[in-house]
Design a binder for this molecule. Sequence first.
Ligand SMILES: [Zn+2]
Length: 395
Amino acid sequence: MTTSDIAVRKYDLLLKGGRVIDPANNIDGNFDVATSGGHIALVAKDISPALARTVANVSGLVVTPGLVDLHAHFYGYGGSILPDAHCLPEGTTTAVDAGGAGHLTFDDFNEQVIAPATTNVFALLNIAGEGMVGEPEQDLEGMDVELTAAKISQRPDVIVGVKVAHYMGPGWEPLDRGVQAAEDSGVYLMVDQSPIHTRPMDEMMLEHLRPGDMVTHCYALSKPMTDINDKVKQYFFEARERGVKFDVGHGGGSFSFRIAKAAIEQGFLPDTISTDMHRNSITANLATMPETMSKLLALGMDLPTIVKQSTWDPAQAIGHPELGNLGQTVPADIAVLDIAEGDFGLVDNGTSHRVLKTNKRIVCEMTVKNGHVVWDKNGRSRDDWSTTPPTNPMI
Ligand SMILES: [Zn+2]
């Protein structure tokens, strides 16, 4: 490559010939995507390959912003996984740890996991000071509003909200303290709280949560959105009307095809799509972003909506509008997805694992993070092996 070649090759990477779906910018069509210096440089028709140092043919594939997963587990939990090993191969370039750390353990989480990761890792701070390990989510004494809010104010660059989960006691104390900590620090709250008779779901959604707060595991059998006749309960519509958000949080026990199908048919789509990825949810029923998206596609949601709820909507929910889109100059975080055709079985959970047969499965082909190709399943950005130079005669 000559000096003039290098001057002409102003793009680092060119993804050529894909269907670009970028809901934030109202783009859905065949475009090329070029990156430069780790940022999106241009999304346009027919960008010349001569302008790029690396060209990947992605025709027949779907190019989206890097996926944004609002519910995963990277710390403070027996099933925690490694963000780069489990997110980047799935097209996920941004993920939020849902409550693994509290104000007492956040610094360790940051040092051990967040800082070294290539994936953008954000945190929802558990209202329980110790996070999830052991039984802190049952210990009201360890749930301190002021200390939680203080830690959030200290690290607003990585802590995006508060998590309240798994409390088995009779009342609303953990939730109300979590909401207060979120209110005091100007962030949202995510709740995972199964109903019992002393604290029913309708009361939680209509009286305790604020607009913008988020109910995760929205299609879980343990928090049934539908009644015995598969009708979505009226208070879910009322909660949505007052601004409560509904997140998928697939997980190992929180995604029922029966509930999701009925809800989608009755117009109750999720607001955001997320995995609740941890060791067991991945092995038991493939709780990854592409697979969760595949399940919603099989249940009748359309692809552009699924992409929007997996990119732009979650990026906005965490207050990071520089993510989840392919606008010019934003970080070049990109997923290249194959909508594979064949005979597939997708698996849910609840009373047991059950299969839904389908002929489409979304599979991640390539992931680009800050302009670097970090996953390339079929070597689309790589030179042919025959270009390998001869062996070095000196060794
Ligand atoms: Zn979870």
